[in-house]
Design a protein. Structure first.
Length: 499
């Protein structure tokens, strides 16, 4: 038998080395995230592997799994602890080594393996670790599977028949890179800044972009798990500003920034303008729907309203489906509806055939952006950006809110705005035109200005985004209105960044 995991243990004690520690809040809506050593220990990771292997067998899926790890000082040790648990649960483990997350997803197809477990903290700060999991390619776990996994692990309800095995797949990155680059080279010679924040993508992205015909200016592509300049997160303004400076200094056509595990891509145009991922999605939707009229696109509730109102998309017959934020939710919705692509404001893009296999890959997104420029040889990226209808939009802003209470806070915020609409009250000085509550609450008023408040799925935070098609002042009015409601809850703390 394996001990039942404890919610907390004190480091540097006998118990810490002899019992598994797994904090319950680490089981998120669609993946798992913990502060290593504070919320989970290596025996806890081993228990997670036992639980994942048990769940795979309960689901009736062939117990074979691809595993890889991101570039953190502790990720390899976490991966091997996970491997021991998976093997105890009877799984055949295919280890692809150091990898970006989409490389693990690709391996499911390339090695014909049904399951995946990618050890990654994604864009979270150092100290965090986690696992992105799936047993039905190209999908990853959603709330149902995560709830079942949590119940198995915390209750030590393991099925451990043994009989597992392990193999290391040598030189797997070469297969991934070959798959991405087995295509005609770009006709247009693009000068591209490839920024990786010293994260995992630095080992791969410059090689891929060069292979498709780009002139690459590498920025922070040397692997360094201390992340000396900034956290590799293309939503972080520090990273975007660094890309901007490099684009202007090198007179590049575009700057592409990859997050810590390589499944997202941030974009800066030739003028140094940072283009939020949802606006990039609108530009790509314009390009893709010109090739595929009547296309359907899934977009998350944090995204711009232009997907529904942009005249080019309307003319191309585009159908926009606003859905829950979260890479697993978006991936599943894009897959189930047969949409051409899914665009999430955080930069997770999901391309179905003929553009991709349905999973999120920052390099596939980067290639799609380069192809868009290739199909518009007479236009700069800044010109394509200016061709979009003007809106004023905030970055993603995240006030602190503990995991234990954040969903309750958002439930009260949703009720507040539902009550306000029922009473005919105004928000930011105007009547409410629409409420979307599939994921938190998105409030749109008469002039099209909108604001969103939701709980973060992977950090102890809330998420706030505001946008106005009218003016910057109206955008700020909406932020004040949303923030005023949040400030009525003592559990809501300071923002990581504000407008």
């Amino acid at each position: 038998m394996f001990p039942t995991p404890k919610p907390s243990l004190s480091p540097n004690t006998y118990a810490y080395e002899s019992e598994p520690m797994v904090k319950a809040t680490g089981f998120r809506e669609y993946d798992a995230r913990w502060l290593f050593e504070k919320e989970i220990n290596l025996m806890g990771v081993q228990a997670l592997g036992m639980g994942l292997g048990t769940l795979i067998r309960q689901m009736g899926v062939r117990p074979e799994i691809v595993i890889g790890h991101d570039f953190r000082s502790y990720s390899a040790s976490i991966k091997y602890a996970l491997v021991t648990g998976l093997m105890a649960a009877g799984c055949k483990v295919h280890d692809i080594g150091l990898a970006v997350t989409p490389m693990a997803y690709f391996a499911q197809f390339d090695l014909d393996v049904p399951c995946v477990a990618m050890v990654t903290a994604s864009h979270n700060d150092n100290g965090w670790t986690g696992v992105k999991m799936g047993a039905e390619r190209p999908l990853t776990f959603g709330p149902d599977q995560m709830t079942r996994l949590k119940d198995i692990v915390l209750g030590a309800k393991f099925d451990l028949p043994g009989g597992g095995s392990y193999r290391f797949v040598e030189d797997f990155p070469a297969r991934y890179i070959a798959d991405l680059t087995d295509r005609p080279k770009l006709a247009r010679r693009l000068k591209v800044v490839a920024a990786c924040g010293n994260g995992t993508a630095g080992a791969f992205s410059p090689r891929v972009l060069e292979a498709i015909g780009c002139e690459v200016v590498p920025l922070d592509c040397t692997l360094d798990h201390t992340f000396p300049r900034y956290n590799p997160n293309p939503e972080d303004m520090a990273m975007l500003h660094a890309i901007r400076d490099a684009v202007l200094a090198n007179r590049a056509d575009v700057g592409l920034g990859f997050d810590g595990d390589g499944d997202r891509c941030g974009v800066v145009d030739d003028e140094g303008e940072e283009i939020f991922a949802d606006k990039v999605g609108v530009m790509l939707a314009r390009d893709m729907s010109s090739l595929h009229p009547g296309a359907k696109f899934v977009v998350d509730v944090k995204s711009t309203g232009l997907f529904a109102t942009d005249p080019v998309l309307v003319e191309n017959g585009v159908v926009a489906d606003y859905w829950k934020t979260g890479h697993s939710y978006m991936k599943r919705r894009t897959h189930e509806t047969g949409a051409l692509a899914g665009f999430e404001k955080s930069g997770h893009f999901f391309f179905n055939k003929p553009f991709g296999r349905g999973y999120d890959d920052g390099l596939v997104s980067a290639i799609a952006i380069c192809d868009m420029l290739d199909r518009n040889p007479g236009k700069k990226l800044s010109e394509l950006r200016r061709a979009l209808p003007k809106t004023w939009q905030s970055p993603t802003m995240s006030p602190h809110c503990a995991d234990e209470v954040k969903y309750g806070v958002i439930e009260q915020v949703v009720k507040h705005f539902e009550t306000a609409r029922g009473r005919g009250e105004t928000v930011a000085g105007q009547p409410i035109r629409d409420l979307v509550t599939v994921n938190g609450v998105r409030v749109t008023v008469e002039d099209g200005t909108w604001g969103l408040a939701r709980a973060s799925s992977n950090k102890p935070e809330l998420v706030v985004v505001v946008e106005s098609p009218v003016s910057e002042a109206r955008m700020r009015d909406m932020f004040k209105a949303i923030d005023a409601v949040l400030r009525t809850h003592e559990a809501v703390g300071a923002y990581n960044q504000t407008i």
